[in-house]
Design a protein. Structure first.
Length: 344
């Protein structure tokens, strides 16, 4: 699939594609990006749970089965892109690929299928792209009364990005002030700590202590206490929000932009973190590919919410009791950034 598939007659907009290949899932979006900064989907997000990062935390290598699952999804995406040509395509790979010693094989095979080579982006760039999309989307939802600085939390399969924006006065709310990528995610934490079904109290406590250690390290770079609004993105956060809302199936339009209260979310996180896998599998709200790692994701999400709330109270006395959920994360940021660069 060539990067330049056709020339636009007008530079009012460009049609671009983005692929986000994470530890747990791979996603494709094709969109028109306009000169004024907004975008419209041509092909709404296509998601396949491939678990590319299976075992990577332990072995530092991609497993053959995981690679084959991912290649199958990439071939499917190539067919979609043949039907919907794009002017440019960007494929970004994140935490699992950063950690895998045999990533060159993966990059070579993807390039042979798509004609573009995966870009293994840093945790900092991943954080900034997630912030670009999530903060922009929230700014355009005034009904939320979201007060900056925003802290975007992108809780993925292998890493969690913490990105703090400007205060909206001395710096634009959509400007990144500080960012840090933690090697903490739903797949990594589940594989590392949750070895029983259901997870034991001791295992969950070890997970929380691990996450807390990473958060303390993150605070050396990101002043979490300055946060006034948390924006949660990624499959773990949106799934847990949907469960807290009591949805009987996942509906991204219902979840996007929801302000969820801490009390409900923390209770939901605790329930699913210690729930047996077979019971979790009965919830149609949870994608089948997330069933075995959503407990680790839920426990991680609670830790992040609690620690940020503690720091905000210590810093400026705010009793943080809610967060905002956004469907706009890394993939949207990749598309927006690519389109805006082409239009310059």
């Amino acid at each position: 699939m060539p990067q330049a598939a056709h020339e636009q007659q007008s530079r009012d907009y460009v049609v671009v594609g983005g692929i986000d290949c994470g530890t747990n899932s791979i996603r494709l979006k094709v969109a028109k990006v306009f000169a004024d900064g907004h975008y419209e989907d041509v092909v709404p997000r296509v998601l396949r749970v491939v678990r590319l990062g299976e075992g990577v935390d332990r072995t530092h290598r991609f497993a053959e089965d995981a690679l084959e699952r991912t290649y199958a999804a990439v071939r499917e995406f190539a067919e979609i892109l043949r039907e919907h040509p794009v002017e440019a395509l960007r494929f970004v790979a994140t935490s699992a690929t950063r950690d895998a010693e045999n990533r060159e094989e993966f990059e070579d095979t993807v390039e042979s299928i798509l004609g573009v080579r995966p870009e293994v982006i840093s945790g900092t760039e991943e954080a900034e792209l997630s912030f670009l999309a999530a903060s922009d989307a929230i700014v355009h939802m005034p009904q939320l009364h979201a007060e900056p600085p925003f802290l975007v939390v992108d809780l993925g399969g292998g890493s969690t990005e913490l990105v703090l924006g400007g205060d909206g006065v001395t710096q634009p709310a959509t400007q990144v002030v500080a960012a840090y990528s933690m090697n903490v995610g739903c797949v990594r934490m589940t594989e590392r700590h949750l070895h029983h079904d259901p997870a034991t109290a001791e295992e969950l406590q070890e997970l929380r202590e691990d996450v807390d250690d990473h958060i303390r390290k993150a605070e050396e770079t990101v002043p979490l206490g300055k946060t006034r609004t948390i924006i949660g993105v990624s499959g773990t956060v949106t799934t847990m929000t949907a469960l807290a809302m009591g949805l009987d199936h996942y509906d991204h339009t219902a979840v996007n932009g929801v302000r969820m209260d801490y009390k409900t979310m923390l209770a939901t996180d605790a329930k699913f973190a210690s729930m047996p896998r077979a019971e979790r599998a009965t919830y149609k709200t949870i994608h089948p590919g997330r069933v075995d790692v959503i407990n680790g994701g839920a426990a991680t999400w609670s830790c992040v919410l609690e620690r940020v709330a503690e720091r905000a109270f210590e810093d400026h006395g705010q009793h943080m009791d809610s967060y905002v959920t956004s469907e706009h994360g890394l993939l949207d940021g990749v598309v927006l950034d690519l389109g805006q660069r082409l239009l310059k």
